[in-house]
Design a protein around this ligand. Structure first.
Ligand SMILES: Nc1ncnc2c1ncn2[C@@H]1O[C@H](COP(=O)(O)OP(=O)(O)OP(=O)(O)O)[C@@H](O)[C@H]1O
Length: 788
């Protein structure tokens, strides 16, 4: 019972969540109202939930008998009454803050401000820079609360107005604004071609809102110099991914246009505007009446406003109505009308449900559809942003280029039109998995490790063996890049993991990009990465982790050995030179043997007119004497020299045998040096013999040469210096004592030995730090299965 006798309680308070929450906000008197003597306060606030409209004045008796209009003296109760002193912040704290929790729980929410023109709707919803409205406060808290979750939160927004019964997109740049269509979609209405934005923070959301406000139709009225001539609906869709599903909720913030008295306007445009505003508000009133009376038919289709607010009034939505009123009697009719509206709204019941899109429960219902619509809007946003990202990437790709055949091939292989032909031949599922990974390209691009240049010929890797492929070596200038084989046991690892884990890949891409563009095509790869399926661990996580650990270890080993790897191209040239030098040396040795002029000894006669000499080889010798009748030449066997009698120092057999043995050793080693150098040319050095092996062989050649030379020097000093002529010629007054000197064969061998020694040193020098003959065993630079 009211303390005001005769007043009627038109609204009752309720805590039912399905009911629309109705709040009354009485704004402070404006300057104009305060300055008007006929203006008086029409409210008496009883408590937080009750207010008396047009209360009886104290001099009741006088009023009763005077001709003055009788005060209505009506008491209204709402969920909350906010007096003129209450700030928007306080309203937010007391009644609006819960909206964030509802959104988080997956409930749709609508807050709409209702009231006559100049009653304070826009002030409440949007506010001013000094007094932020509910939208700003909600936006701030929405981001600060939801973004704490981090991953799985998406917020998008749209802003539209209904002006003269046309729906305009306030965020569209099209001018004049295009009238958008409303499409019936089951129980709800969708605005076609409405643009949605994804603000990343509250400030961005507010700037979107401000942009929309600038485009909103406004005109000054008698009551309000910035009167909104359209109904504005700002929508914020929220998607929250939770473990058990995705909550999709939507917040609608509605700032209705104030009712207008068309008769006050002479301007035709203003009259039409006013008529349309009133028409839509009337339609809203009819709907509220029908809903409050529980009628079967609610005339939502009578206006665009009611069609759009249908779900907020009659559907799955938690709705808050803020009835804005002026305290002044100057807005008496508007205020009374608003109070009645608000009181009727209290009787409307909604059916509020959570919008949970569950993977398990896929039954299609109205609320699922509602959630799906929000989801669709979010996905459309995502598509749009991906389009932009794709365009940016295409631009970036023109400046960055795929850095290695392996990378490029993989990128190529990601494309369905460019599947590698030999993919099926790959022995391991690992490789097939990588090649067929459709996310490969995007993951590579987003990793920032790999780039692709359109127009560049993409060559395939040259498999070294059926389970290996090529990747570029790093830390070498591109022009000197060589081939190496890297074995990595990575049965389940993706290519992305390769690029992430092996620093060489990244280094390569960086060095590649650092080179001038015209030089980039000179790519001589190659490191071979051999993927071997080693693990049979059924637990993919363990396997993956082990694989990554192994990759990391392999990468470290590559790092430490990079400096010691052989540049194959350089090696080939070097080995070619070594082979030519070795062949030349062998030629010298062969010529030495062929010429058989190791020692040449003069033969003097007592008669100085006579002349002669003896050429001494390994097996044979030749004597030439000129006794005045021309030269007389005879061959002889070296054996004869050994067995020769009458010599002061005979040429002993040891020297001869030593020469024969060392000479044969020379021949064998030199031939083998040539033979061994040939395969090294055509296979990786480490795999066959290695440079150091060749160096050793050449050094042995040198030693054999030296041994031969020593034999000859011994023979020279022991025998040839004294006498190489038989007794008969001695008797004929011939003598060779002290006249021997080294011949062509000896000097040729000395020259060859020197060259051979230099070659051996060069090979040794070149092979420093390289494996001796074979590449290291598999376990040395790969990770064997046991190492895990
Ligand atoms: N609670 C308040 N405190 C201070 N000033 C207020 C308050 N409410 C409204 N005003 C002021 O009253 C004027 C009219 O307010 P507002 O524009 O919000 O009205 P409205 O209901 O949106 O009007 P219309 O429907 O014509 O657009 C503005 O100058 C605004 O600053």
């Amino acid at each position: 019972m009211s303390r005001h006798g005769g007043s009627i309680v038109l609204a009752r308070n309720s805590v039912n969540l399905n009911q629309i929450k109705v709040m009354l906000r009485i704004r402070p008197s404006s300057k104009k109202e305060r300055g008007n003597p006929s203006s008086k306060n029409v409210f008496e606030i009883i408590d937080e939930e009750s207010v008396v409209f047009d209360p009886n004045e104290n001099n009741d008796l006088l009023a009763m008998y005077s001709k003055k209009r009788q005060p209505k003296n009506l008491q209204f109760s709402y969920d909350h009454i906010f007096g003129p002193e209450t700030t928007t912040d306080e309203i937010y704290d007391q009644s609006i803050r819960d909206v964030i929790n509802h959104l988080q729980d997956g409930y749709n929410c609508t807050i709409f401000a209702y009231g006559g023109t100049g009653a304070g709707k826009t002030f409440t919803m949007l506010g001013t820079p000094v007094h932020p409205g509910l939208t700003a406060l909600l936006a701030e808290e929405l981001y600060s609360t939801l973004m704490e979750d981090g991953i799985g939160v998406e917020i998008i927004c749209s802003y539209l107005e209904i002006y003269n019964e046309n729906v305009h997109d306030l965020l569209s740049d099209i001018h004049p604004p295009k009238a958008l269509q409303l499409l019936e979609d089951g129980s709800s209405v969708v605005v076609s071609d409405l643009s949605w934005f994804r603000p990343s923070n509250a400030e961005e959301l507010m700037s979107i809102l401000r942009t929309g406000n600038l485009r909103r139709s406004q005109l000054p009225t008698d009551t309000n110099k910035e009167s909104s001539r359209s109904h504005a609906i700002f929508q914020v869709a929220v998607s929250l991914k939770r473990r058990f599903g995705t909550f999709c909720s939507k917040l609608c913030l509605v700032d209705l246009a104030g009712s207008d008295r068309a008769s006050l306007h002479t301007d035709m445009r203003r009259r039409v505007e006013g008529a349309n505003i009133n028409k839509s508000l009337l339609a809203l009133g009819s709907c509220i009446d029908a809903l409050a009376d529980g009628l079967q038919h609610v005339p939502f289709r009578n206006s665009k406003l009611t069609r759009l607010l249908k779900n907020s009034l009659d559907g799955n939505c938690r709705t808050i109505m803020i009835a804005n009123v002026s305290p002044s009697s100057l807005a008496y009719d508007d205020t009374f009308s608003t109070l009645k509206y608000a009181a009727r709204v209290k009787y409307i019941k909604n059916s509020v449900k959570k919008n949970l899109v569950s993977a398990r429960n896929a039954s299609v219902s109205a609320r699922d559809l509602e959630a799906a619509k929000v989801e669709i809007a979010l996905l459309q946003m995502e598509i749009e942003s991906l389009r932009v990202e794709n365009r940016d990437l295409k631009t970036t790709v023109k400046e960055h280029v795929c850095v290695a055949p392996e990378f490029r091939d993989r990128l190529q292989s990601c494309s369905p039109v460019n599947e590698p032909d030999d993919d099926d031949d790959l022995p391991f599922t690992t490789r097939n998995k990588i090649y067929s990974d459709p996310g490969c390209r995007s993951s590579l691009q987003s990793s920032g490790s790999v780039f692709e240049e359109p127009g560049m010929s993409l060559e395939k890797p040259r498999p070294r063996s059926e389970s290996s492929y090529e990747i570029p070596r790093t830390r070498e200038p591109l022009s000197r890049r060589s081939t190496e084989t890297l074995e990595i046991d990575s049965p389940k690892s993706t290519f992305r993991e390769h690029t992430d884990v092996i620093p060489e890949f990244r280094d390569y891409s960086q060095s590649w990009l650092a080179e001038p563009k015209q030089q980039r095509s000179v790519i001589v790869p190659i490191v071979h990465v051999q993927e071997r399926q080693v693990y049979r661990d059924p637990n993919p996580n363990t396997e993956r982790r082990q694989s990554l650990t192994k990759l990391q270890r392999a990468a470290n080993q590559i790092d430490s050995k990079t400096e010691t790897k052989i540049d194959e191209n350089q090696n080939r040239i070097f080995i070619w030179i070594a082979l030519l030098v070795a062949s030349f040396c062998f030629l010298m040795l062969f010529t030495s043997i062929l010429v058989q002029r190791w020692v040449v000894s003069g033969a003097k006669h007592e008669n100085p007119e006579f002349d002669g000499f003896v050429q001494i080889g390994i097996y044979t010798g030749k004597k030439s004497f000129n006794v005045g009748q021309g030269w007389n030449t005879t061959d002889f066997q070296i054996g004869e020299l050994v067995l020769m009698e009458g010599r002061e120092n005979s040429l002993n057999a040891d020297n001869l045998w030593g020469t024969v043995i060392t000479m044969y050793t020379c021949i064998i080693l030199e031939v083998s040096a040539i033979i061994l150098a040939i395969p090294v040319l055509f296979c990786p050095a480490e795999l066959i013999l290695g440079l150091r092996g060749l160096s050793v062989v050449n050094f042995l050649c040198f030693l054999a040469n030296v041994a031969t030379l020593i034999c000859w020097m011994c023979a020279y000093f022991n025998a040839f210096q004294y006498n190489v002529l038989p007794q008969a010629e001695l008797n004929d007054k011939w003598s060779s004592i002290g006249q021997a000197y080294f011949g062509f064969s000896f000097w040729s061998l000395i020259f060859e030995s020197t060259v051979r020694l230099l070659l051996a040193i060069a090979l040794l020098f070149k092979s420093i730090g390289k494996p001796f003959n074979k590449r290291p065993a598999l376990g040395d630079n790969t990770i064997s299965s046991t190492s895990a």
